[in-house]
Design a protein around this ligand. Sequence first.
Ligand code: C5P
Length: 403
Amino acid sequence: MAENKRLLLGVTGGVAAYKAAEAARLLTQQGIDVTTVMTESACHFVGPATFQSLTGNPVYTDLWETNAMQNMAHINLSRTTELILIAPASADFIAKLANGLADDLLTTLCLARNCSLMIAPAMNQQMWKNPATQRNVSMLRQDGAIVIGPADGLQACGETGMGRMLEASELAEAVHSFFHMEKLFDGKRVLITAGPTFEAIDAVRGITNKSSGKMGYAVAQAATEAGASVTLISGATCLAPPPVDKLVSVTSANEMLQAVLTEIPQTDIFISVAAVADYRAAKINPQKIKKTDQHLTIDLVANPDILLTVTDLPNPPFCVGFAAETENLEQNAQTKRKKKNLPLLIANQAQDAIGADESELTLFDDAGKHSLTKAAKIEQARRLIQHIHALYSQSKPTSHEKN
Ligand code: C5P
């Protein structure tokens, strides 16, 4: 049971609205306090009275309704809920959300929310496949929305394909695991490194590793959703940072190491996602080196291994490593896991993962090897957080926690 939890159910125009009514019943039965907001089109498919009867709560449909109980409904409704579930989410509504439009009560309160957003798309299979819809869904995922479904199958229009909304029981299950996930790392302090490091050669040039920071930022987002207090130490990226407790921007591996060592005494779990450059110039030329026709030799020295430095500490936190490999994925990953003494190492193919929005991951831990089939990085990050929680709960308490 998920007692004392509040959910705002947003219903948009689609035949699948009837499944949302059943989901409202199941969620209410789980002990969740469900408030429904319907768009005008949704009301053409199912009446507000149905949701009112099933949830026992008033149903909101109009931005301009004069209602003393809900003064400023567009803000207040989202302030008193832990999650907004949009089911069904039509192609039109998804497009509005992705672009930040606010032209009715539901879009307005989604924009004004300070809670998580889950969407269950439902539309014709051709609409789902349309690049515009795919772009919008991907944008919402990048903004941290949880996208559940759609499923494949026969559609109300008679066509077959992707676009069916998940069944009511699956919606209820997704909400249940969201509320479960929300508490996983309550009170835990998680430190994450992300992005590349940049090692200057002269005033304008340097060495770096290819890394967009997308995976590390997704892990930071998922850890925050799981209730952790998150510190993100990031190399230079073009991404908007997730809503972490503390963000530390660094450039070089040495700066990243110093930032990590400062945070470690306050860390329960360290997740090292950063692509740290293995070498740096022995000497940084303060001026721009002049171009000539001659060969140029740059003397490189090895950078410190940040993760290894942490696992070698007398009382390390629970440490997780990442590895991007171009060949012999399993063998290289196992060697790194052993060398860095890690309970968990996550490996992926560098060619497929770097810069992409999706990834396929292989997890190596004491129990063996587990595969996470291709999915959006934010979804992989949520699965990883659940896996890390399971391993962390079985691990011995560190000295940080004993103190
Ligand atoms: O670069 P490599 O494949 O060895 O990276 C494996 C793990 O070690 C990653 O989690 C990475 O963040 C970490 N690492 C590090 N410092 C380095 C190199 C890698 O912390 N200098």
